[in-house]
Design a protein around this ligand. Structure first.
Ligand code: NAD
Length: 471
């Protein structure tokens, strides 16, 4: 049995003041694998106090010192890369394929932040005045369970680059991953209090971070519902917020795209992280005239997708993180059928032989109308909706007809045509002819997918406060 019974505050692993105990459940077996002792408001206040004290000196460090700290962090993460991947697979059932990519991205993200810091302009001129960008203060980092360490690394490396200190609250479903990450950060030897971790529930530790007057900014990744609660609470002390929220990303296949080549990638984009990804391309928009052809290819591809043990290198869809998440996805599969969408692959019930875990069948609905709930609401599981469109204008209208605006994908034989389409989409990131990540390009959402941007110069500016000096 695993026992996660420490939090990390002021450079030390401590027994929390909180006493609430939560069971750790394997998504593969639904058996209890351990327990975590959760932190409480007092633990959070202690962590904030440590971060506030550390900020006094850390905010004055030079660019070179911060680069050196980031390089140390990168070295430790690199050394523990295999362990970091393995614990992701084990704890939330992320596939080995996906989790290996997340670990590599963590390393790339730290390197990219080092590069950004090297060239970043902390002193600028505006009109006749000097503008200095100074670290915003103590940052509260609140994150979800899906690829949680990836989010910690992105946010924390930006905070460090800016000269901010941080209190991190992971999801209660990612405490094992976070424990390992805390060990890495401890080993990297940053000054005491710069980085603090408090495990705990959203309405306890998360709420204290939101309300605590000594936190200057909240960097949040999670659902739009919780993002709104945090934004409302944060305004009382006028905290800065960056919110990375949900998505229902369109993937537009243009009529000149080679379907045999693009459909497998499109399905991979939909089932990213077993469908538990904010950026998953879950609405596949295809030309009406090609719907039958698309259906046939999608069906053939999905039948060959492996749903199963996340440890296996060829598994594309692993278990859902929890029983609750499994039930939520199953419910949407029922709703899709009730709404009159055509079930093309998968459907309700667990795949044969995988009854013990939270496994959902790789599911595809076709003939979906964009106003159906399965096309509008974030399902967060392996459920793809195929939506036919008449022409380019119709495709753009459908793609933008959503409350979200995080990500989009376009496939076309004509790159310029794809760029023209991209200019008309309301989404923070648009991938053309494939899936890619750029650790220096801004990431974030239009509309209810969030506020603010992460990565590179745009991301770093979110952790800084401009101060103009006139005269
Ligand atoms: P969630 O919103 O339920 O929880 C996220 C975090 O917020 C957790 O740490 C949780 O404990 C905390 N929280 C809950 N209630 C809180 C409160 N009242 N005050 C403060 N904190 C509180 O999300 P989840 O289920 O863990 O993750 C899935 C969601 O995250 C999906 O909607 C997904 O789209 C989104 N997500 C977005 C991105 C992105 O970059 N845009 C990336 C990954 C996940």
């Amino acid at each position: 049995m695993k026992a996660i019974n420490k939090i990390y505050v002021n450079g030390a692993f401590l027994t929390p003041h909180g006493t609430e105990v939560l069971d750790l459940i394997s998504p593969v077996t639904n058996q209890k694998v351990g327990e975590v002792i959760l932190g409480d408001e007092v633990d959070t206040q202690n962590a904030v106090a440590a971060a506030k004290e550390a900020f006094k000196t850390f905010s004055k460090t030079t660019r070179e010192e911060r680069i050196a700290y980031l390089e140390k962090l990168r070295a430790v993460v690199n050394r523990r890369a295999k362990d970091l991947t393995d614990i992701m697979v084990e704890e939330y059932g992320g596939t080995f394929q996906f989790c290996s990519m997340v670990t590599q991205n963590m390393l790339n993200d730290i390197s990219a932040m080092i590069d950004t810091l090297k060239i970043f302009d902390f002193e600028r001129t505006a009109g006749n005045s000097k503008v200095y960008l100074q670290p915003v203060g103590v940052v509260g980092i609140i994150i979800p369970w899906n690829m949680s360490n990836g989010f910690i690394v992105t946010k924390l490396s930006t905070a460090i680059a800016a000269g901010c200190t941080a209190v991190i609250k992971p999801s209660e479903m990612s405490v094992q991953q976070t424990q390992l990450m805390a060990e890495c950060f401890h080993e990297a030897g940053l000054p005491k209090g710069v980085i603090n971790f408090v495990n705990g529930l959203g309405d306890v530790v998360g709420a204290e971070i939101t309300r605590n007057p000594d936190i200057s900014k909240i960097a949040f990744t999670g659902s739009t519902t919780v993002g709104k609660i945090i934004a409302k609470g944060a305004v009382d002390s006028m905290k800065r917020v960056t919110l990375e929220l949900g998505g229902k990303s369109p993937n537009i296949i243009l009529d000149d795209a080679n379907l045999e080549e693009t459909i497998p990638t499109a399905i991979f984009a939909a089932y990213l992280n077993s469908g538990q990804a904010c950026a998953a391309g879950t609405r596949l928009l295809v030309p009406e005239s090609k719907l039958d052809e698309v259906n046939a290819i999608v069906k053939a591809v999905v039948q060959n997708i492996k749903v199963g043990d996340p440890k296996d290198a060829d598994t594309v869809v692993g278990p859902m993180v929890s029983k609750k998440q499994y039930e939520r996805v199953e419910n949407y599969i029922r709703i899709g059928q009730e709404e009159g969408a055509t079930l093309l692959a998968g459907g309700e019930g667990k795949p044969q032989g995988l009854e013990d875990g939270n496994y959902v069948r790789a599911t595809v609905f076709t003939n979906v109308k964009n106003n159906m709930r399965i096309a509008q609401e974030e399902i967060f599981g392996p459920v793809l909706c195929i939506i036919p469109y008449k022409d380019e204008a119709d495709a753009i209208a459908i793609a933008n007809d959503t409350t979200y605006g995080l990500h989009a994908y376009i496939f076309s034989a004509d790159k310029e045509r794809a760029y023209r389409m991209a200019s008309r989409l309301d989404a923070g990131r648009i991938c053309i002819n494939g899936l890619s990540h750029d650790s220096k390009a801004p990431f974030g959402g239009f509309k209810q997918s969030g506020i603010g941007r992460e990565y590179g110069v745009f991301g770093l500016e979110e952790y800084l406060e401009p101060k103009a000096i006139l005269g």
